[in-house]
Write a protein that binds this ligand. Structure first.
Ligand SMILES: Nc1ncnc2c1ncn2[C@@H]1O[C@H](COP(=O)(O)OP(=O)(O)OP(=O)(O)O)[C@@H](O)[C@H]1O
Length: 328
């Protein structure tokens, strides 16, 4: 999702974030760990980028280095064209972050008081930005509870207040670490939709990390996948989905014998097998190239094909495939 029209984008404006040759090693000599090695990327204003990777891949080190919370050994970070090491105050003036699940909102204060507080420390006069806060509260469906203390709210609402607090001042870049962590399915869906609308309206640049693949698919237009301190994929979400080499199939056959099924199971890993109404339905994964082989194998096993559907892969599967390729 591009918040500002790509056609209208002024290519002479600075990238929202530019990371060049970032390297960070923790510890020294034998115990040292290279957390991030020569990482470079550019993020344009108004884009939403997901940073993914297994535990220990270097995501947090990268994000904390951009936020100035970790000092890298090498490399330069620019925010809106400003070098964070040279002019930190200016660089961070329009940046806010929700790290480690939820930010520390003041639970004794009401939602609106929290927004005023965070706007103030973000350098805004809260009276001047009161309208923006009203719009934010409406968008996040928090308006009715705006004058209630945060401590009385549900977990989903508290998470939304965290997000609202990040957006309370006039930020142009927001870092969101696991914005849907701990939310139930419905609250997560609502938050994703609301975040999408806010990003579009405000032309906000967002960098988010999440293990919730729905967040990435719904909100991000690009993903950066890290492994072992390096970027192994930097691509548009849609292109990434197209690139995947394996495909899951849901197949329904008529009157499958046990023997036929075990023959097939020997060749493909069969999951979610269920029998109903003289039919057997199961799922398997096959690479695109062997799809025709699969149909021949079904014939040879004397299985009469009823239906065959492809199942849209989710990013979790793609991500596993890519990191396995990278480490093999
Ligand atoms: N303060 C530190 N001291 C020593 N090693 C560290 C420190 N911070 C991170 N590391 C190491 O650097 C590597 C990268 O860690 P980092 O936290 O950046 O990964 P991550 O991708 O964010 O992982 P996770 O998904 O678990 O948060 C890991 O091997 C980690 O153990």
């Amino acid at each position: 999702m591009e918040a500002t029209s790509t056609a209208d984008r002024d290519t002479t404006i600075d990238p929202a974030i530019e990371v060049d040759g970032l390297t960070k090693t923790f510890g020294s000599s034998d115990d040292s760990v290279v957390a991030v090695e020569d990482v470079s990327f550019t993020i344009h204003p108004g884009s939403v980028v997901g940073v993914l990777g297994p535990n220990g891949a270097g995501k947090t080190t990268t994000i904390k280095s951009i936020l100035g919370l970790i000092r890298p050994d090498k490399g330069t970070v620019y925010i809106d064209g400003v070098n964070i090491a040279e002019r930190p105050q200016e660089a961070f003036s329009r940046v806010d972050a929700m790290l480690e699940g939820a930010r520390n909102d003041y639970w004794r204060l009401t939602i609106r008081e929290n927004l005023r507080y965070f706007a103030t420390i973000g350098g805004d006069n809260p009276d001047v930005v009161a309208d923006r806060h009203d719009r934010l509260l409406n968008k996040l469906d928090l308006a009715e509870k705006a004058d209630e203390p945060v401590r009385d709210l549900s977990r989903g609402m508290k998470q939304k207040v965290s997000l609202a607090s990040v957006l309370a001042s006039d930020v142009s870049v927001a870092f969101l670490d696991e914005p849907t962590l701990g939310l139930d399915i419905e609250s997560s869906l609502t938050l994703r939709q609301e975040l999408g609308r806010i990003v579009e309206d405000r032309g906000l640049t967002v960098v988010l990390s999440s293990h919730d693949m729905d967040v990435i698919e719904d909100v991000c237009d690009r993903v950066i996948i890290m492994n072992d301190g390096q970027i192994i994929v930097d691509n548009e979400v849609e292109e990434l989905l197209e690139k995947v080499e394996t495909q899951r199939y849901r197949i329904t056959v008529r009157e499958a014998s046990q023997k036929a099924m075990s023959t097939l199971d020997g060749r493909y890993q069969i999951t979610n097998c269920e029998r109903f109404d003289k039919r057997t339905r199961f799922e398997l994964t096959a690479t695109n190239e062997i799809f025709y082989q699969l149909t021949r194998d079904l014939e040879q096993a004397d299985l009469t094909l009823d239906t065959i559907e492809t199942i849209q892969p989710d990013l979790e599967e793609i991500f596993l495939e890519i990191t396995e390729e990278d480490t093999s």
